[in-house]
Structure formats: C-alpha cells, structure tokens
Design a protein around this ligand. Sequence first.
Ligand SMILES: [Zn+2]
Ligand SMILES: [Zn+2]
Length: 349
Amino acid sequence: MSAPVRFLPLVDTHAHLNLDAFAADLDDVVDRSRSGRFPEIRGRRVEDALFRPFVAAAVCPAVDLESSLRSLELSRRFDVLFAAVGIHPNHAALAEPGDWEAIERLALAAVKFDANNALTPNNANNANNPNNANNAVSPSLDGAKLVAVGETGLDRYWDDAPFDVQLALFLKHLELGRRTGLPVLIHSRDANDDLDAVFRDFYADAAPDASLVPPSLPISPNLTSDAPSPGVVHSFSGTPEQALAWTERGFYLGFGGFVTYPNRKFAEIAEAARVAPLDRILLETDAPFLTPHPLRGKLERNEPLTTAFVAKRIAELRGLSVADVVRQTTENAARLLRLPTLPTEPSPL
Ligand SMILES: [Zn+2]
Ligand SMILES: [Zn+2]
C-alpha cells in the first residue's frame, strides 16, 4: 500500500506574470502552477515523491500604470492571482505626469471595493465604515483582488532614474500603503543602507493622519507584533543584521533565487535566511527573472512553481523539513497579504 501524497501549497509573493514575457501562454503557466505539474521540475524532486508542491497564490507586482491595470485584470481572471499597483524605481523616470495619481486612485478604489464586498477576511467589518459607503467604483475593479502597493523602492545598480526621483516616488508608495492599510512591496538593489535610512525616518514620526486610515485598519508607526506590517523587502539582499533590524521594525523578507545560488557572494543572503524570524519569511520568484538553482540556466524563464526550490534551500539552511517551511511561509503570506482561504490541494490539469 502506498502512502498518500501530501500537498504543499506555495505562495509566490512576487511574480511578474503581468509582463510581456508571459503574454503568449499565461493560461498554461497558471494551470501548471496550480496543478503542480511542470515537466522540467518533475524530474528534480524537491524532497520526496510523496510531497507535491503547487502554487496556491501568486502576487503580480506592477512596474508602471499599464502593468498595474494588467495586474488588477489578472486578479479578476485567475483565482490564484492577486494584484499590486505601483511604479518600479527603474521606471520612475518613464512615468508620465498623472500616472502616479491614477495608481493612487486605483488603489483607494480597489481597497474600498474589497471592503464593501468583504472580499478579504480582515476587511469584512469595513462594511460598517461610513467612509466606505456608496463609493462609485470603476466596473473594471469588479472582482479584482488588490493585496499590496508596489513594487517600489530604490535601485542604485541600474541607475535608470535619478536617485531623488526614485526616493520621492518611494515615499509616495509608503504613504499610500499607510492610507490604504496595504503592505508595500519594496525593491532594493545596491541600496540597502538607503533603505535603512528611509525606514528609520519614515516610520519614526508621529502617528499617521487618522482621518486617512479606516478604523478597521489601524496603522501604527510603532509596530508591535499585532500591528499591520508596513510590507516586505522583496528579493532580500541585505546583511543578517539588516534582516533582524527590518523584521524587528515589522517588515517581512522575501527570499528567492539569490538564496539558492552556491556562489560565495550570496553566502550572506543565505545566512540572513537562516537567522531571520521564520514567521517573517516569504517565498518568491521575481519571475521571469532569478531562476533558482538547480534550474538556473535550464529554464527559459522563471515560474511560480520554482518557489519549491527556494523552500528546499531555506529548509536545508535552517534544519527544517520542506513541508514545515512551505507551511510557515504560506501562513506568513496569507497573514501579511490578508489572503482569502487558499486551496489545500492542487487543481487537476
Ligand atoms: Zn524588484
Ligand atoms: Zn520585481
């Protein structure tokens, strides 16, 4: 008699499925993600044939206004996809006047729309909030599942936009996160010290304007364990000390391909993944980029299901089972992003 297969529901907290790289075959990508069947991956077991990982949810970060709209649209079309709206720091200089304001309007409308429809459990009691009554909502948001603001942040590596332009836009995203109660997806490349400084400034000031924050979404600048988190530093590339300082401040850390690369220059990131509080760790792909080892160079592009290999690496680093890491990181993602009840079994392909 064979033992039953255990399913491992993964959440990919950062997958750019709204970019052109996935335009031609997105239905296939989503189908094999949620069914957990991916021929290139199947030959390489994550842990044991008795475990079958599948993608229970994936968040599509935006890089500009167009991809923000697409992210919302994909979240309407696919039950497992969730939306974020924002402007990536490397696109900061390309944004047209009015783009940011349009994103703000989308975020505010989508959050109120969610609240009115009790789409997410934490927003359920918002129905009694007079601020949310009778909002005129764009019909395109019907069924959209907005769970985050971003991605935003700072990037000194590509240097595509002047740093002060990136910084100004980053602060606007953080403010929007406060106003909506949505977590912010934060990008940092060669800018971890800058990020540290922004966090210290932005979250050190007095309480935010209470009139901007719905009562059911209390935002505290002095984060305690039960206060909402300001967001996630995605594709974490900082030091173990920064990992501890930022999680202490309430942030979550997204780990992806970097943590799996054997090259010594990634050793510090692996060490951060080993010592960071487990209840603050998220899995991500940054698809179509950063394919994890051992699939790197073998896949044409990265896809959400490869988060299983990130989980495997974190399990090795921490002396845990893959199942434990998947369970905990999925629970973390559901908590941070206020995801609805997720599927516990893969869908048939
Ligand atoms: Zn990024
Ligand atoms: Zn990204």
